[in-house]
Design a protein around this ligand. Structure first.
Ligand SMILES: *Cc1c(COP(=O)(O)O)cnc(C)c1O
Length: 463
């Protein structure tokens, strides 16, 4: 028992204990000292607070174990798997899309060995990393050409820089979006060296507004997906087809930042309003940009597809090198894109689409399974209810996806305290809180994760 500051030992005294000496030999001087300092500093703070401090004897196994635990937890991975029970399918804070096993395997293989990343195996000459996915993207979207960069934000920046630096970009006032992480379209346009020419009003922009804004300095008409909000009511914006016609007549480029970008029609799952990339290109848009890790369900990447002459300019632009995709993401993207082609069914193979299309009945059963297991742990106040999921990732802001969730309340712990403990589990569990209840949504939880949630809760209830 330590009662006064004078009872605190010197770090060197602790280092001289045989058990601590052994730890130091195993785990290093710096880490051992840091752990000892942590213990002593905390004890000092508690003593200053007027408390007595109960530490194991400094020469005991118990004390050495405590030091070892501190070192081990400081060495644990910071980035680790968590369970997404939020009901948001593409959760930006939780790493967005989970990838298909095929994509993960492709990444592992390419990570572990040399590859033909930039070697043409036919000629033996230098190749381009872009060739590995370009044909696939073209086949899936009908584009003439395509190129892939680090993410969609980079895709937008590169596209604008290469086509409109020093010239004008015309965009509707209703589409000058911020998507979060301080990505604001007007700022990105400014960064690209282009001048923004805003047209129309927040709710209505007509073809004639675009037409009136075009002059000899105009390089691009830019459309963008209003990813995370929706203007409803008295609204208007021109059809893509008409904008494309206007762009063509004036020899300017029509570009669209799609954000998510879907390759298959999701209307069959009740999700409308998310246009398919192929249809957008067919309507005459010259260039589209979209993310690899939103509804496409692959790795972080920014895909640019459209007119071959523009894509050529992008490939040779000096910024390209700075924003190019890395080999691991490229491997994962290629594998993901292949799952969109026969004989595969993307809705069965790609986790994001799998989760989106999973029958409600299966989710209901999973919710009941979780609820039963929680009841078996002795939790009394547990309920299953029909919930609403969101797609997230800045897509389909207005449209909920039906789901089932488990909600619970613990007598001895507030939902905030419970959430804090769930976050500290070996596999942290991230749910949500509503009306003072903890909620786990089962559309975003895979069957194999249910036992992990139960184990985490069991440990919290009886540590
Ligand atoms: C998400 C999004 C982006 C950015 O995509 P990242 O892949 O995160 O860089 C750009 N534009 C729109 C409309 C988006 O929704």
């Amino acid at each position: 028992m330590l009662k006064t500051l004078r009872d605190l030992p010197q770090i060197q005294t602790l280092l001289d204990q045989p058990l601590i000496k052994k730890l130091e030999a195993q785990l290093g001087h710096a880490q051992t000292v840091a752990a000892l300092r942590g213990i002593i500093d905390q004890a000092r703070a508690e003593l200053l607070d007027g408390a007595e401090v109960d530490l194991p004897a400094f020469d005991s196994y118990q004390f050495a174990d405590q030091v070892k635990d501190i070192i081990n937890s400081a060495n644990a991975s910071s980035l680790k798997p968590v369970i997404n029970a939020t009901g948001i399918l593409i959760h930006t804070n939780l790493g967005r899309a989970r990838m298909a096993p095929e994509a993960v395997e492709a990444m592992q293989a390419i990570a572990a060995t040399p590859s033909n990343l930039e070697l043409d195996l036919n000629t033996g000459k230098r190749g381009s990393r872009h060739t590995h996915v370009e044909e696939l993207i073209c086949a899936l979207t009908g584009a003439e050409a395509a190129v892939v960069v680090n993410n969609c934000a980079a895709a937008v920046l590169l596209s604008l820089m290469a086509t409109a630096a020093g010239r004008n970009v015309v965009a509707s006032r209703g589409e000058l979006i911020e998507i979060g992480g301080s990505f604001r379209l007007p700022d990105v346009i400014a960064q690209s060296g282009a001048m923004l020419r805003e047209v129309g009003a927040t709710n209505k922009t007509r073809l004639s507004d675009y037409a009136a804004a075009i002059n000899e300095d105009t390089a691009v008409l830019l459309k963008s997906h209003t990813s995370n909000f929706k203007i409803v009511g008295f609204t208007a914006s021109p059809e893509r087809r008409d904008l494309a016609q206007l762009a063509k007549e004036n020899d300017v480029i029509l570009m669209e930042d799609l954000g998510s970008g879907v390759l298959i029609d999701l209307a069959q799952y009740g999700l409308v309003d998310e246009p398919v990339v192929a249809d957008i290109l067919k309507s005459g848009v010259d260039l589209v940009m979209f993310s690899g890790d939103k509804l496409l369900g692959g790795p972080q990447a920014g895909i640019i597809a459209g007119r071959a002459d523009i894509i050529d300019d992008l490939k040779s632009h000096p910024l390209m090198r700075a924003v190019r995709i890395d080999k691991l993401s490229l491997a994962a993207l290629e594998a993901t894109l292949r799952l969109y082609r026969p004989p595969h069914d993307p809705t069965l193979k790609i986790p994001v689409l799998q989760m989106l299309s999973e029958p409600l009945e299966t989710i209901r059963q999973r919710a009941h399974e979780l609820s039963h297991k929680l009841t078996s742990l002795g939790i009394i106040d547990v309920e299953v209810f029909e919930s609403a999921c969101q797609v997230g990732g800045g897509t389909l802001p207005e449209q909920d996806v039906a789901s089932f969730a488990v909600s619970l309340a613990l007598p001895a712990m507030s939902p905030d305290q419970f959430a804090a403990q769930l976050r500290q589990s070996v596999t942290p569990v991230i749910g949500r809180i509503k009306n003072a209840r903890t909620i786990f949504d089962l559309r975003t939880v895979r069957a194999a994760e249910v036992p992990l949630i139960v184990a985490a809760i069991a440990k919290i209830l009886s540590p």
